[in-house]
Design a protein around this ligand. Structure first.
Ligand SMILES: Nc1ncnc2c1ncn2[C@@H]1O[C@H](COP(=O)(O)OP(=O)(O)OP(=O)(O)O)[C@@H](O)[C@H]1O
Length: 484
């Protein structure tokens, strides 16, 4: 059998397309020159753009089955194909900063093409060995209260936002970009996987407005592109991030929206390749494909890759195999809840379902750890009491339970926060809150400091000081109304 990564091909012999089924091509080659798995093959056609396919399986001694990365519309049987002798490659290095690229590394921002001598790297690589990985984890402060308190992100770690349609994943990822990239001195790489194509353009414009574009590379394979492009675009972005980590020793912030679309594209490819589906119709290779991507997102002793990913949860079903598979690779999981979003409590982070490996007294310290536990306990108790309140009314609760409800509701509201990226449609100016202020505020609420303050004073604001300022203004307003 041909070795998996033997890409030698001395004379680049040509083959011929023998079957075309959408994105899947069967290509015949001379038996002694059969391309290796993952090798790129160029289809020599006169179509609108260069057509590259990646070899996925060997059908027999003389035929490979490959997945095209561009549209194959108009491609006829008998068209010639040429081995490229290497896997798909992407341009890397400083030249890609400030540019919007597709899965092949072609510029899509309307600007000039990249210089011809820009270095390129294959998109398939093995992850760093365990000995080369840096296991140290320090918290990465985001300025978003509920995340810093209950699901702290790790510098050089992996985090994901999970949620069904329209619960605020993209808004949260955008807010993290706004809040973090400004303070962060490293490089950012944004991978747009299978989402709306206008989002790419908007992000590019937003980044150039805020002056962050010079430190960012944007790689897009959106929902209008063929499954091959959506499937491989994550690896392209990751390869660019790895180059900055390994060659320039610079910290990289890798943002991916949306990783579920990567799994979905893999399922489409698997079906097209003729593999039998597995659980819930997913590809039988689901776990391997997710691991191939996630295991490469790693920090080495030279520099770290901090990854923030958005994960769409189909039909709000957290037991979905793709979602469950992704959960197992993360340091921090931020779960967004439809119920909380429906109450207007944004960011709609579920405090009980979200968590982080960093929430350990050895990492965040005793005080933070205990406070997070107390906040969770109060919110969990309130959740239990809600049914009783709905049936019998709050008066039926004991005095202690009524106090818990009062404080839990204030905590819930205190953990909401107006975002910088939503200023234009909510009318609230965005705030970021230092962790120390978040801890101080939660401690005070748990100790009953705000028991007599109006709930609305805690809603969509920043520090406890800002809550108090609102409360004071409200009291003054009430006093004035009373006098007239
Ligand atoms: N923090 C927030 N503050 C105010 N409104 C918000 C916030 N987050 C989300 N929303 C509201 O929810 C809508 C959907 O958010 P968003 O596009 O981020 O969802 P999503 O989970 O990415 O959805 P999809 O899966 O459809 O891409 C926003 O347009 C906005 O109206």
């Amino acid at each position: 059998m041909t070795p998996r990564h033997d890409f030698r091909c001395s004379d680049n012999p040509t083959g011929s397309v023998v079957a075309v089924r959408g994105s899947v091509l069967d290509i015949a080659f001379p038996a002694e020159a059969l391309p290796s798995l993952h090798e790129a093959v160029e289809i020599l056609w006169d179509g609108p753009e260069r057509l590259i396919a990646e070899v996925q399986l060997h059908r027999d001694d003389g035929t490979v089955r490959a997945i095209a990365l561009q549209s194959t519309s108009g491609l006829a049987r008998g068209t010639s194909a040429r081995r490229l002798g290497e896997p798909l490659t992407t341009p890397v290095g400083d030249a890609v900063l400030g540019r919007l690229l597709d899965v092949m590394g072609t510029t899509r921002d309307g600007g000039p093409p990249l210089p011809a001598d820009v270095p390129r790297r294959p998109i398939h690589r093995t992850p760093p060995s365990l000995a080369d990985r840096n296991p140290s984890r320090e918290p990465f402060e985001t300025g978003i209260k509920v995340i810093d308190l209950l699901a702290p992100l790790a510098r050089g770690g992996k985090a994901a936002m999970f949620g069904g349609a329209g619960v605020g994943k993209t808004v949260l990822v955008m807010e993290l970009i706004r809040g973090m990239v400004e303070r962060y001195t490293g490089i950012s790489v944004f991978a747009g996987v299978g989402e709306r194509s206008r989002e790419g353009q908007e992000l590019w414009e937003e980044m150039s407005r805020s002056g962050m574009l010079g430190r960012t590379a944007l790689i897009f394979g959106q929902m209008n592109e063929p499954p091959g492009a959506r499937w491989r675009v994550g690896l392209t972005a990751l390869t660019i991030a790895e180059h900055f980590r390994d060659e320039a020793h610079r910290d990289v912030l890798l943002l991916m929206d949306n990783v579920f679309r990567f799994v979905q594209a893999g399922a489409e490819v698997s079906g097209l390749l003729g593999r039998l589906p597995s659980r819930v119709g997913y590809q039988p290779t689901l776990a391997g494909e997710v691991a191939e991507l996630e295991e490469r997102i790693a920090s080495t002793y030279g520099a770290g890759v901090t990854a923030i990913q958005a994960v769409y949860v189909p039909a709000d079903d957290f037991t979905d195999p793709a979602v469950a598979e992704l959960f197992s690779h993360l340091d921090s999981s931020i779960v967004l809840s439809r119920g909380i979003a429906a109450e207007g409590l944004y960011p709609a982070v579920d405090p009980l379902a979200s968590g982080s490996n960093l929430l350990d007294p050895m990492v965040v310290g005793d005080e933070h750890y205990r406070l997070a536990e107390e906040v969770r306990a109060a919110l969990a108790h309130y959740r239990e009491l809600r049914d009783i309140i709905a049936l019998l009314g709050i008066e039926e609760l004991s005095a202690a339970d009524r106090r818990t409800v009062k404080r839990a509701r204030r905590l819930q509201r205190f953990l909401t926060q107006p975002f910088l990226v939503t200023e234009s449609f909510t009318g609230h100016s965005g705030v970021t809150v230092p962790l120390a202020e978040t801890l101080k505020g939660c401690r005070a609420i748990l100790d009953g400091v705000g028991d007599d303050w109006a709930e609305s004073s805690f809603f969509m604001t920043g520090t406890l000081g800002q809550v108090l300022a609102r409360e004071t203004a409200l009291t003054a307003e009430r006093g004035a109304a009373h006098e007239t």
